[in-house]
Design a protein around this ligand. Sequence first.
Ligand code: MN
Length: 353
Amino acid sequence: MSIPTPAKVPYRRIATEEAFAPKEMLEIYNKILAKGNTDVGFANLMGFYMSSPSDRAKHIMRCLEDLDDIRLGHMNESGVDVQVIALTSPGVQIMDKETAVAFAPVANDILAEACKRHPTRFVGMITVAPQDPHAAAKEIERGVNKLGMHSVVINSHTHGEYLSDPKFWEIFEAAEANDTPIYLHPNSLPKDMIKPFLEAGLDGAVYGFGVETGLHALRIITAGVFDRFPKLRMVIGHMGEALPFWAYRLDYMHNATVKSKRYEAIKPTLRKPSDYLKSNFYITNSGVAWEPAIKFSQEFMGVDRVLYAMDYPYQYAPEEVGFLDNMKMSDADKLAFFQTNAEHVFKIPHAKP
Ligand code: MN
């Protein structure tokens, strides 16, 4: 298939949910997979990509490992000016605590070096190990102060545990204090959830990821995290994991559930779930090059809260850049979507296209 030449446009295209996987991490993954008793979701996701002979899997692995010419070539070919790059899912979160805490800074240093080599093209997100919230908080500080990174990636649940549990809240405290938004990215489904998805082949990016990450974001909201940390900002991909489309019913039923006092876990929050979505979250369109969904999300969230993302290399589809360039949308809104919102959220210096 020939790739269309990207149009010249009056904005920089900043893609905000782009992935990498250093070979040092893949070596750790190989050891985890070799044990054979690993998490079923992980084995089904990275186990597949790392061992499948299919062209797609082999190509994705090559792109994931590269932080130089392959990646830059694809960016140039598709018209992406800047990638905001995060350690691919599940990052360190599949590792045991000790390995995760040791490897997160290694991954961050590798990414920071790549950002130094390509300072106008790459922006890095800080990886942390939620397995040790205190170490994670320290790594956020180091990422900001030593590596010049201004956002954090967390790949949803960690061994089936959710950030709604107050034992993790030191991470939120550090993210709020350092003004680093947390990108809550999908992970493969935890073992207690995966069975009906897996038997239908719907556990992955096709559907399961979105369901589980949306649940995670909602758990954070209903646990009262944003009442405790009102300046905390989070980013969720894939059109906000559909939460904007749920918002009306979430508000209605959350209120009814709080009033019923049926669940110890659902306590009153100061505001409605949709209020937190609109004031503490940004969403990206990663994997969804679909104008009606983007426009609805802009209407619901506000134009300054919806950002462009490609999900490279998993959904490297250069023609989608053209679909998005051609959306019927004002120039100002398109500039916000592709460029200025990302500059604001990830503290990327403003530049002309
Ligand atoms: Mn992704």
